[in-house]
Design a protein around this ligand. Structure first.
Ligand SMILES: Nc1ncnc2c1ncn2[C@@H]1O[C@H](COP(=O)(O)OP(=O)(O)OP(=O)(O)O)[C@@H](O)[C@H]1O
Ligand SMILES: [Mg+2]
Length: 341
């Protein structure tokens, strides 16, 4: 049995529609009108123990809603979820001790207190004994290099430091599953990198299961082997990172360093010319024509260096989202899932 089993999961929000103007407000007092928003629609997904899964999708796709359902923060409209044998929305204390949810957009620590005091509170809530608490806190604060900041009020910390504290709080009770909702949002490149390194190390050491949502593709490339894409609440892709790149980047970029500063001729015949900054030239070429193109280049020019690169992951995923959001003729989401699993 998988560690996470999601079956035919649906979550519909009823959103109050406010009419414009004073008259609209007044009539709204007597007869409220609601719109239904299907945040999660017929979602089926299994995650195995120890996987690090990227959960991707455009804004409003239903990622946060799914993580909230998995953590038992909200109840579903229909469907079932089984996480380690628990139904999340039954909110059993035993379940609470075995997972953690971290939301980059939300603070879970006391703003005016030093993080150490919030951690003590966590210790009480999760009933962690002193020895284990001290050991884990020392380990996490060494790894995240936050030892010196533990006694400073959280409100005085930088965004990156605060996220490290949030992660520490979440991991103090050694959860087996971690739901991470945009943990690097708003962080600078170095802080993002630090968090990525930490997560990579921690997941490898502890072999925990992680579901991560992020709009930063560097996070995904650094951490995840498996990518799940949802759009409009529906599963649209489930497969490895390598395969999503193969399937959704039809081109590669070839960069040449020529042995001359003379303007080369015939570049346009080889592919789309992206940049000519002699002696450097950059071309975009269809994937299946790369080999032929390179041999042609070798015939035509004297080349000092040549590199072939995949499209940046941002562009690949943008292609995936564009492809996924095209309306389909049929309304049979399950038949449209692209999967390589
Ligand atoms: N509490 C709520 N009440 C009503 N509608 C909601 C609520 N929470 C989410 N929604 C709606 O459900 C849909 C999915 O939202 P969700 O927050 O899950 O998206 P997301 O994939 O996390 O997007 P983002 O990348 O922007 O964080 C959206 O249309 C959103 O407006
Ligand atoms: Mg979200």
């Amino acid at each position: 049995m998988s560690i996470i089993e999601i079956k035919d999961l649906n979550k519909t929000y009823h959103v109050h529609q406010k009419k414009e103007g004073l008259w609209g407000s007044l009539t709204g007092l007597f007869r409220r009108e609601y719109k239904e928003v299907c945040a999660v629609k017929d979602l089926n997904l299994q995650v195995e123990q120890g996987e690090f899964v990227a959960f991707l999708g455009p804004n409003g796709a239903g990622k946060t809603t799914t993580l909230k359902l998995l953590s038992g923060v909200i109840n579903p409209t229909s469907g079932s979820v089984n996480v380690m044998g628990y139904v999340p929305w039954e909110r059993k204390n035993e379940y609470r001790r075995r997972f953690a949810l971290v939301m980059g957009q939300k603070n879970q620590l006391w703003w005016d207190l030093p993080a150490r005091e919030s951690f003590r509170l966590h210790q009480q809530i999760y009933q962690i004994d002193n020895k284990e608490f001290n050991y884990t806190l020392t380990e996490l604060s060494d790894l995240l290099q936050i030892g010196k900041l533990l006694d400073q009020p959280v409100r005085e910390l930088s965004l990156g430091e605060r996220m490290k504290m949030e992660l520490t709080a979440a991991l103090l009770h050694s959860p087996e599953i971690l739901f991470l909702d945009e943990p690097t949002i708003g962080l600078d490149v170095i802080a993002q990198h630090n968090i990525q390194n930490f997560l990579k190390y921690y997941q490898k050491e502890r072999k925990i299961t992680i579901l991560l949502t992020s709009h930063y593709m560097k996070d995904i490339a650094a951490l995840c082997q498996r990518v799940v894409v949802i759009a409009q609440g529906q599963l649209k892709y489930d497969g490895s990172l390598g395969e999503i790149i193969d399937q959704f980047s039809s081109t590669k970029e070839i960069t040449l360093s020529l042995d001359t500063n003379d303007q080369p001729t015939g570049l346009e015949d080889l592919g789309e010319v992206l940049e000519v900054n002699l002696p450097r030239v950059k071309l975009r070429v269809q994937r299946n024509k790369v080999a032929a193109c390179i041999s042609r280049i070798m015939d035509l020019y004297t080349v000092e260096d040549i590199t072939v690169e995949e499209l940046p992951l941002e562009e690949v995923i943008a292609n995936v989202f564009a492809h996924m959001s095209q309306p389909s003729d049929t309304d049979k989401p399950n038949e449209e899932i692209v999967s390589s699993r």
